[in-house]
Design a protein around this ligand. Structure first.
Ligand code: NAD
Length: 501
């Protein structure tokens, strides 16, 4: 059962609307005492968050397995270690992040004497709304930012990860200040109630459709938002790309098996998406047309090596840690892409399927630029699963044009033997991040901002950017009475200009 009490996972209970009212008040009271702002309080709660994870690692693995069938190794790599990394950085840096920043250097001469500086203050109680595919890190990395900034926080966890949500709801008040941090479970009703209230800041991770609902609700209370959204992250394969390396790096990120021999950064993960800390899955490939068939051949060989077909025990159907698609709806959507492609003679590789466990290997569809609008939406929708379109294009300019005609992606990947090709692409396109010759790793670099642009979201976090997200940067000037002779210059009537000194 997804919600059972076995294995020490508490039962999933929806937070009542009365509880939401109560905790909103408690957290705001806590904030108004100012106690969340001290360095000691921030460090205490950051460290407690690390202990929460360390002490309960096994239970967290169990919960994530129950939610989405993700194995322990993948859970550590993609969900838990990135949080520990963030905590580690925050604990070491928060004291310096909190400090006032002097702005004396670029000030005009007359302002230099006024001690121009930026004071950092927490914005207020934060609302963090997260999703199911990385249920821990998408919730707790934003929390690291909020704690660092001195903000209390409400964590609205996803109803699609009930075991993780229930476990976090049990653990958080035991480890962190229960009057400073709360978990809210539930779905639309609970989130809607939360969104009616003013907050210091809202950080939402999830699909763009709900992102619009969040932004519209936040507009009513003038609450600032960070939106971490989805979309299609493209791969460009240039004519001088090493196809073998490209295929290996790409598929080892797109879908991994339990077998660690394959430089497994993460496992199975049809759900690898756009997650924050490890991987931002490649969605489709634009390949220079002369190389298209060779690339497809190399891709198929790579897939056969990485995920040998059954009856091999290494088939994704048998590897114990291979994860499943979230629900039959997602599986059916994948199967409809595959079916459409097959009917159009475009299916060039078919992933193995086990309906019962909702496991599906990677399928490849060779399509073309004219196929937009066909294929059940493969070229339009965020695939968010193991079907990849491969689209031959005339040249790099055509690939750039294709990307620029669509919503800005969260991540962009350029595979090329020449760095200049990468430079050209990143100069001429906009995306949340860009990586030359590998996939997903930009999200691991904890001191790089993580965020999208346009349809892939706005704002960013991770590391210092997380701190800044929840921090108000207050402009401060000091103009003591002793400056009166200077100030007197501006006193009306201005006909006296210059005479009063
Ligand atoms: P989801 O269904 O878990 O929804 C996300 C959150 O929104 C949940 O907490 C849910 O309760 C809430 N919600 C849902 N409907 C709502 C409504 N009508 N009103 C108010 N709140 C509502 O997640 P999902 O949308 O299936 O997530 C998958 C999407 O998230 C994909 O598009 C993926 O690309 C994106 N994603 C982005 C990132 C990132 O960091 N940029 C990371 C992970 C996932």
């Amino acid at each position: 059962s997804r919600m059972g009490n076995e294995n020490g996972i508490p039962e999933y209970k929806v937070t009542s609307l009365q509880e939401i009212e109560k905790l909103y008040e408690t957290l705001n009271n806590r904030f108004s005492t100012g106690s969340t702002e001290s360095l000691a309080y921030r460090l205490y709660n950051l460290k407690q968050l690390a202990y929460l994870i360390k002490d309960n690692e096994k239970r967290i693995h169990q919960a994530v397995y129950q939610d989405i069938g993700k194995g322990a190794y993948d859970c550590n790599l993609s969900d838990l270690w990135p949080i520990i990394n963030e905590i580690d950085l925050a604990v070491r840096r928060v004291e310096s992040w909190m400090k006032d920043e002097s702005k004396i250097w670029d000030a005009m001469l007359s302002y230099k004497t006024m001690r121009p500086r930026v004071k950092k203050q927490p914005k207020g109680v934060a609302l963090i709304i997260s999703t199911w595919n990385y249920p821990w890190q998408l919730t707790l990395i934003p929390l690291v930012g909020a704690i660092s900034a001195g903000c209390p926080a409400v964590l609205k966890v996803s109803e699609h990860a009930p075991s993780s949500s229930a476990l976090l709801a049990e653990l958080l008040p035991r480890y962190l200040d229960p009057e400073g941090y709360s978990v809210v479970t539930g779905a639309v009703d609970e989130t809607t109630r939360l969104l009616e209230k003013p907050w210091g800041h809202i950080l939402y991770t999830g699909a763009g459709g709900v992102g619009k609902i969040v932004a519209a609700a936040a507009a009513k209370t003038l609450t600032p938002t960070t939106l971490e959204l989805g979309g299609k992250s493209p791969v460009i394969v240039s004519s001088c790309a090493n196809l073998k390396i490209t295929a290996r790096r790409m598929f080892s990120i797109k879908q991994m098996t339990a077998d660690m021999r394959y430089v497994s950064l993460a496992q199975p993960t049809h759900e690898i998406c756009l997650c924050q800390s490890l991987l931002v899955a490649p969605d489709y490939v634009l390949v220079i047309k002369d190389k298209a068939d060779e690339f497809i051949k190399v891709c198929r060989e790579t897939l056969d090596t990485f995920f040998p077909p059954s009856p091999s025990p290494e088939s994704i159907l048998y590897t114990p840690q291979s994860s499943s698609l979230r629900n039959t709806g997602d599986l059916d959507r994948m199967l409809s892409y595959i079916e459409e492609a097959e009917q159009g003679g475009k299916l060039v590789h078919r992933g193995e399927l086990d309906r019962n466990s909702r496991r599906l290997g990677i399928s490849l569809v060779k399509t073309n630029l004219n196929a937009i609008g066909e294929g059940g939406g493969l070229l339009e929708q965020e695939v968010f699963g193991p079907v990849m379109a491969i689209i031959p294009v005339d040249d790099i300019d055509a690939a750039i044009k294709y990307i620029n005609n669509r919503p800005h992606p969260l991540a962009l990947y350029v595979c090329s033997g020449k760095r200049s090709v990468f430079e050209k692409v990143i100069n001429e396109t906009r995306s949340g991040s860009a990586t030359w010759n590998d996939f997903g790793l930009a999200t691991l670099a904890r001191n790089l901002p993580f965020g999208g642009i346009g349809a892939s979201g706005w704002g960013s976090h991770h590391g210092k950017d997380g701190f800044d997200t929840f921090t108000h940067h207050k402009a401060v000037l000091e103009i003591p009475y002793i400056f009166e002779p200077l100030m007197a210059l501006r006193y009306p009537p201005l006909t006296n200009f210059g005479k009063r000194v």
